[in-house]
Design a protein around this ligand. Structure first.
Ligand SMILES: [Cu+2]
Length: 503
């Protein structure tokens, strides 16, 4: 039996009548009263996630506006900073396990503070299931009240949280946010329902920022961040996100989704994943605990199974995403392939046989009104796509087709791009992490973010309507929010790939 049960934050209407939220606020208040250089402080924990928002050396957070006031001193000793700060794993197969350990440590710190105030010894971090029914797409009201019920300041209240329209109304838009990622059956790699690089992210080394997000990280995770934060909100940038108390409820839900996914899918067994980057001589995953401020070191292997940890969730059912078998059967039917039977294998791995079938002329700069670019298709490889659709059957699976926005660069994360191909919606991508990924002096050399969208359905529609014989595809990229005059967002190249499938 797990000792601690993480429950839905929207219980009791998401107000302070929910004891999990009431005590979370109280505990956060204690952590916020500690100084920046205290390993058990709110500010120290936010810096563990990331603090390089000013782009130089600390006090980077002095660029932040809004309440509560964020301290920028006293800075801990250099070796402490080096060991703990700027640790979060993004665009990486370590994304889920690193954040699981981070939440466990934060939860222990908050629980210890709650107990010191006479609160419940079994308190656990609640989750915000923005994809749940009813009002749950809205931020729980306890986060938007200026005051606690007794009239004291509410530690969960943050002013720099602006919502999807950047007007202060904080909620999650569904779509673009969805649970589609839960249908991917492969942790690192692709299958018929969701594109590369799999559910959990691409194989990387220690990856404080990177290039391509896995499906869980991409949607819902990245999209929720910029929808909550909005323009200049703390949640919109990984180097300030950990300052907002709602961050941990968002990540608690992401952790719950991973737990639910594990009810039917397996994590990697590759030792480089299980042992983590420290086994390769890189930084270790390390968190200060209340009784161990020097640090608890953990590996993905220790995070892989909820049964071996001391917490669980009141709800680990997530079944809205269609199973890949079902999607493949539907697809074959649509393409006129008969009969569909024996479609029971669980993992339909696409393998690594992908081929470039076209690219646009080169870099494009995004425009607030939408940017159009033409992707020229290469004759022979494009004919392989139509050929595979023509002879589609259970024994000869049709190609998957992907659109790639390569090396997207810019200075602000708070935007979502709507991407269309020949006027059909291809998908949405969030620019969370863009500033970091574009920084030439940053961890990733400034190569930007790359987004991969599965456009197989669009291609199937063109095929079924007899319109696949063409020289180019028209791609439109429309930013959600206006791009200010002093910012530019560029896309290095727009390309299209085909990938063969096998059962
Ligand atoms: Cu996050």
């Amino acid at each position: 039996m797990a000792k601690f049960l993480r429950k839905n934050a929207w219980e009791k209407g998401g107000t302070f009548d929910n004891p999990d939220l009431f005590w979370y606020a109280k505990g956060v208040g204690v952590l916020q009263s500690r100084s920046l250089d205290d390993e058990g402080s709110w500010w120290f924990f936010a810096a563990i996630h990331g603090e390089e928002i000013g782009g130089g050396k600390f006090p980077n957070w002095n660029v932040l506006t809004g309440l509560p006031k964020v301290p920028t001193a006293p800075i801990p000793a250099a070796d402490i900073v080096k060991k703990f700060w700027n640790q979060c794993q993004h665009q990486s197969w370590y994304f889920a396990p690193w954040h699981r350990g981070y939440l466990i440590a934060l939860e222990e710190q908050v629980r210890e503070a709650i107990i010191s105030l006479g609160g419940p010894a079994d308190w656990a971090l609640p989750y915000w299931n923005y994809l749940g029914p009813g009002d749950q797409y809205k931020i729980p009201p306890a986060f938007t009240e200026e005051k606690m019920p007794d009239g004291s300041a509410n530690p969960l209240y943050v002013t720099a949280r602006y919502g999807p329209k950047s007007d202060g109304n904080v909620y999650i838009e569904i779509p673009p946010i969805s649970e589609v990622c839960q249908g991917n059956t492969i942790y690192t790699g692709s299958n018929t329902s969701t594109p590369h690089p799999g559910y959990g992210g691409p194989r990387t080394r220690f990856s404080h920022d990177g290039n391509v997000s896995g499906n869980l990280e991409s949607n819902p995770h990245n999209l929720v961040h910029v929808q909550v934060g909005g323009k200049d909100g703390w949640m919109s940038d990984p180097d300030s996100a950990g300052l907002d108390p709602v961050f941990y409820l968002h990540h608690c839900n992401i952790d719950r989704m991973w737990g639910a996914w594990n009810m039917v899918n397996d994590n990697p067994v590759d030792p480089t994943w299980l042992e983590g980057p420290a086994a390769m001589g890189e930084r270790e995953f390390i968190m200060p605990l209340p009784n161990n401020r020097k640090g608890w070191v953990y590996t993905p292997k220790e995070m892989t199974n909820l049964d071996t940890l001391d917490y669980t969730y009141d709800d680990l059912s997530l079944t809205t995403a269609p199973l890949p078998q079902k999607t493949l059967a539907q697809r074959l039917n649509k393409l006129g392939a008969q009969p569909i039977e024996n479609l029971h294998e669980k993992n339909m791995d696409l393998g690594s046989s992908s081929e470039l079938v076209g690219a646009n002329a080169g870099q494009v700069q995004l425009d607030g009104a939408g940017t159009k670019t033409s992707v020229k298709l290469e004759g022979s490889s494009w004919r392989s796509v139509s050929g595979s659709l023509m002879k589609a059957s259970v024994n000869s699976l049709p190609d998957q087709v992907y659109l790639q926005l390569e090396n997207v660069k810019g200075s602000a994360d708070a935007n979502i791009l709507t991407v269309s191909v020949n006027h059909q919606l291809a998908g949405y991508v969030s620019l969370f992490g863009l500033r970091n990924a574009s920084d030439k002096d940053g961890h990733n050399g400034g190569s930007g973010l790359t987004f991969i969208l599965n456009i197989t359905d669009i291609i199937d529609n063109l095929f079924v309507s007899n319109n696949l014989d063409m020289d180019s595809l028209e791609v439109t990229i429309l930013p959600d929010n206006a791009i200010p005059n002093d910012e530019t967002i560029t896309v290095g190249r727009v390309s299209i790939y085909r990938e063969q499938q096998k059962l």
